[in-house]
Design a protein around this ligand. Structure first.
Ligand code: BG6
Length: 487
């Protein structure tokens, strides 16, 4: 790994404390950081380097998946951290920052490779990118990269405009758009697993009846009403995480695919996704909003009673949709995608339901027959289960599904941010969203956004602590299917 200066905008913020510092610390423990690196944290508050380091240490003690021990912390890790005050709108501050970074590069004798990480609200992206460009921070003889978090735009138009502005300061290959679902270890495994010839052969409409992608959460809007009430599940989860899961699953990667191929194939999936017409959205998309209920034994209030949410809000906290990919591999296979807040349980999973080649209708217990299923558990547990329909010779050949299970122990699993920061540092863009994917995703959801806006799609209230509105079940029932594993 090359010596680099990690320039962190938003160094005193929540994301930095909860995710970025713990990820860096765990990479350090695993010896995945270069022996010499510099981190310059930036924020509005006045802080000395020492108090910044103390804050980072405290964050690690709270949020690191591995215990933050004194010996590890005091080694080169915290010593690499420096802090500078920066007012995002003040040009002089960027010039001062450049001086500080050049000084650090000299002190540590490291090449001027600079990773700019924007852990700040999207409203600051453009100003920071311009500040980096105009001050000369970006004119380095080493490499430069920009890491940004979602949301990337609010709709197609704003996403395009943001991208145009960022492109003035950074080339596409220098921009690393984080979608943290792409950092989840099981999602990364999908890239390789679908290249495995055993699965590759099955990965078509020949064998697959339908695919179900679920990301259910038990939490509600939390303290984020100001943001969430303007975006809803469609922008917060669907346009990015859910469509990324779809792309990762269906891109039909040839053996030995490199990052260019992965991104090319993902783009092809998005191009083949059958577009929805605004007037037809309600036939394929269910929108819901949680009402009061009980989640995991605790009573919770309805969305419209949450602090910061309007009592007449029409915002979606649940989406279920039926999508179709019109290409050689997937024509005719429905993809059901759903995501919601205040659901019965936290679970992100993909279920692949195979077609039923075994004809066993002469058997007495035909009704017990279940299709073969392949299940990818993404979170909170990591695992893969293959459920095979078979007969039990000891019980007169009755149907008995057989399960082949693999589960990862949670302690061994690196957090999404560890994988992503490591890759950005290495310059590996495989698990970052390319602009083409982002643009095509916004393009695909645009008719849904408009249909919601114009109230062409009913808003179904669902009881908190359930699996969403009954209409979501009806969507699958229309095609003769049901959601798997809803208890
Ligand atoms: C974020 C959304 O991107 O993902 C949150 O903004 C959501 O609303 C979160 O809670 C879910 O992530 P995870 O990793 O817990 O499934």
């Amino acid at each position: 790994m090359e010596p680099t200066t990690f320039v962190l905008f938003g160094a005193t913020g929540d994301l930095a404390k909860r995710k970025i510092y713990p990820a860096l610390y765990n990479l350090f423990i695993d010896q995945k950081l270069p022996p010499t690196f510099a981190l310059v944290g930036l924020g509005r508050r006045e802080l000395t380097d020492e108090s910044f380091q103390a804050n980072v240490e405290q964050a690690l003690r709270h949020f690191s998946r591995r215990e933050a021990t004194n010996s590890a912390l005091n080694k080169d890790f915290l010593r690499s951290f420096r802090y500078s005050v920066l007012d995002i709108g003040r040009k002089e501050d960027y010039v001062k920052l450049l001086k500080r970074i050049e000084q650090r590069e000299k002190e540590l004798c490291i090449s001027p490779n600079r990773l700019f990480y924007l852990s700040v609200g999207p409203e600051f992206f453009e100003t920071i990118a311009a500040g980096i460009e105009e001050s000369g921070l970006g004119s380095t003889s080493g490499w430069k990269r920009l890491v940004i978090e979602k949301p990337f735009g609010h709709d197609l138009h704003s996403a395009r405009s943001l991208n145009r502005k960022l492109s003035k300061a950074f080339a596409e290959h220098e921009i690393f758009r984080i979608d943290h679902y792409l950092g989840k270890p099981m999602v990364q495994k999908l890239e390789i697993l679908q290249q495995n010839p055993a699965l590759h052969a099955l990965w078509t409409n020949h064998y697959i009846a339908n695919v179900q992608i679920t990301a259910n959460e038990t939490v509600g809007v939390e303290e984020r009403a100001g943001y969430y009430d303007h975006v809803g599940a469609i922008r917060d989860m669907f346009q990015n995480h859910m469509l990324q899961l779809l792309m990762m699953l269906t891109s039909h990667l040839p053996n030995n695919s490199n990052s260019e191929m992965v991104r090319f194939k993902k783009k092809m999936v998005m191009e083949s996704l059958e577009p929805l017409q605004k007037k037809e959205v309600s036939a394929s998309v269910i929108r819901g909003q949680y009402n009061a209920g009980t989640v995991q034994g605790k009573p919770v209030i309805g969305y419209r009673s949450e602090s910061g949410v309007s009592s007449t809000s029409m915002n979606d906290t649940f989406i279920a949709a039926r999508l179709k990919i019109d290409n050689f591999f997937w024509r005719g296979v429905p993809f059901y995608i759903r995501t919601g807040k205040r659901m019965k349980e936290k679970s992100t999973r993909i279920v692949i339901e195979f077609k039923e080649p075994l004809k066993m209708s002469s058997q007495a217990n035909d009704d017990k027959k279940v299709p073969n299923l392949l299940v990818f558990e993404i979170s909170p547990n990591e695992g893969i289960t293959l459920q095979l329909n078979t007969r039990d010779p000891q019980h007169k050949g009755e149907f008995k599904p057989l399960q082949i299970d693999f589960h990862e122990s949670r302690d061994d699993v690196p957090e999404a941010y560890e994988n992503l920061i490591y890759d950005a540092w290495h310059g590996d863009p495989t698990f970052f969203a390319h602009w083409d994917e982002v643009e095509l995703s916004w393009q695909w959801v645009e008719p849904i956004l408009e249909a919601f806006e114009e109230n062409l799609v009913p808003l179904h209230l669902y009881e908190a602590g359930t699996y969403g509105p009954a209409e979501s079940d009806a969507l699958l029932a229309e095609d003769g299917y049901h959601w798997w594993f809803d208890a």
